[in-house]
Design a protein around this ligand. Structure first.
Ligand code: MF3
Ligand code: CO
Ligand code: CO
Length: 275
């Protein structure tokens, strides 16, 4: 049922539901775009402090992206007018940068997607603002574990559902809720492509993973119930029960033996340091 096609590495093929299988040129393109995403997220670490305005952080993301010869893929995407998403506390994802300031104790996700030489590097991380309560740090920690446990399942011959099953099991073991409304996604020359990578699933279901597939894994994990709602701005997703939410995202490619993470931090800052 799932259709796999050899990717054309030189042109944008429309989203048609097929899964594109990439070769060395695609891996090289994603390595560069992914590395830039990670470098941008690294550079933001010292800026995510109490009193920082999120639109100022967005300015830095835009400038760094442009300086590197890339374009923020979110800028103008479906009417979105910013270079990143900044989602604090009970905001699940797609938080819009604004003149609001960060405050001591916030947990914040920043999600960037530079489009470099035609390839999308999509990644997000959590940042801790000042002194964060242990309960929130634990959520951030477990959410990072969820991402990495999902990535461990990503190898040829496995099924896409194995990823969601592993993430869901780990989150629910900790009595957290896995958000269902937003998924990971195929990417490459397109920002959002097939397949949909759900973060709660049954093992052994879904398309088989094959070498050359590129996709993100980006679990959103709530301290409370999994439900979300969208605010009137049409973008900001928040937890229905107003509980805290955390998210991490990497872009990966399936290799012959496992997977390659394109968005690893060159400085080891993928996850915030804990006191
Ligand atoms: N970067 C997000 C993702 O992981 C998508 C953001 S789209 C935006 O897929 F328009 F909200 F920025
Ligand atoms: Co994504
Ligand atoms: Co993203």
């Amino acid at each position: 049922m799932t259709e796999y096609v050899t990717a054309d590495e030189t042109d944008v093929q429309p989203r048609d539901g097929t899964i594109k299988l990439h070769g060395p040129a695609g891996f090289e393109g994603m390595r560069k775009a992914g590395r830039l995403a990670a470098e941008i997220l690294d550079a933001l670490a010292p800026l995510v402090v109490p009193g920082a305005r999120t639109d100022m952080i967005d300015d830095v993301v835009r400038q760094m992206t442009l300086d590197a010869g890339a374009i923020p893929a979110t800028l103008g995407y479906r009417g979105y007018a910013h270079s990143c998403c900044i989602s604090s506390n009970h905001v699940v994802c797609h938080g819009i940068p604004s003149d609001k300031t960060l405050k001591d104790g916030d947990i914040v996700n920043i999600d960037v997607t530079p489009l470099l030489d035609g390839w999308h590097g999509d990644s997000s991380r959590m940042y801790l603002v000042g002194d964060v309560p242990l309960k929130a740090k634990r959520l951030v920690d477990v959410t990072y574990e969820c991402l990495m446990i999902g990535i461990e399942q990503a190898k040829p011959g496995a099924r896409l559902g194995d990823i969601g099953a592993a993430i869901q099991a780990h989150a629910e073991k900790n009595r957290y809720g896995v958000v269902r409304e937003f998924c990971g996604h195929g990417l490459g020359r397109l920002f959002h492509d097939a397949p949909e990578v759900v973060h709660a699933a049954r093992a052994g279901t879904g398309p088989e993973l094959r070498p050359g597939m590129f996709f993100t894994i980006e679990p959103m994990i709530n301290l409370g119930k999994p439900g979300v709602k969208i605010l009137e701005d049409g973008w900001t997703a928040v937890t229905r029960d107003r509980s805290l939410s955390a998210q991490f995202e990497h872009s990966i490619g399936i290799t012959e033996t496992g997977c390659e993470i394109f968005t690893t931090s060159p400085r080891g800052l993928d996850k915030p340091p804990y006191a």
